[in-house]
Design a protein around this ligand. Sequence first.
Ligand code: T46
Length: 182
Amino acid sequence: MEIIQTSIPGVIVFAPPVFTDSRGYFLETYQLKKYAEAGITKPFVQDNQSYSVKNVLRGLHFQLRYPQGKLVRVTQGTVFDVAIDIRRNSPTFGKWHGEILSAENKKQLYVPENFAHGFCVLSESAEFLYKCTDFYVPGDEAGLIWDDPQLAIEWPIDKPILSVKDAELPTVAASLELLPMD
Ligand SMILES: Cc1cn([C@H]2C[C@H](O)[C@@H](COP(=O)(O)OP(=O)(O)O[C@H]3O[C@H](C)C(=O)[C@H](O)[C@H]3O)O2)c(=O)[nH]c1=O
């Protein structure tokens, strides 16, 4: 399996081998030992799936007291997925990594705990699946506005479709006290 350690320690790209034959294809989408050797040592406790139409942008989200590591992938369509280091003591604080994930490239991105996460849909629609290292805690959710100039994320779309909640998220500067230390 191709494992790419990005320029942000902890943010990892996985490209599992795809076995094709006359019937179609097979791939392992997770295997505890192989992914632990790459650095994902916490167990996953929750699987999520969302479906979004073109230009939808979900994010930038994180949980405060119950931070979630996320192993994300796409099974239909194409998305631009972003992991942002929001740990105030981190040498890569404010740094982001973007990755094109698609049903075609079958790549996965690991977003570590205490990172913000978001994605936008580039295809007509996209089905998005991810494993989480902690449970969803509704009252524990927080977020940052998608186009915060301090983050300067190079989104490949300029007029995203946002939820009401996401459209009103604060900037990093307005949230600093909220952000995790490490
Ligand atoms: C995240 C979540 C949501 N929900 C319910 C709460 C709402 O009634 C409904 C939609 O939730 P929300 O609008 O927060 O969904 P997304 O905008 O896709 O949120 C996710 O988007 C970004 C990309 C993330 O990384 C997070 O996993 C998560 O914040 O699903 C649940 O029941 N369980 C859950 O784990």
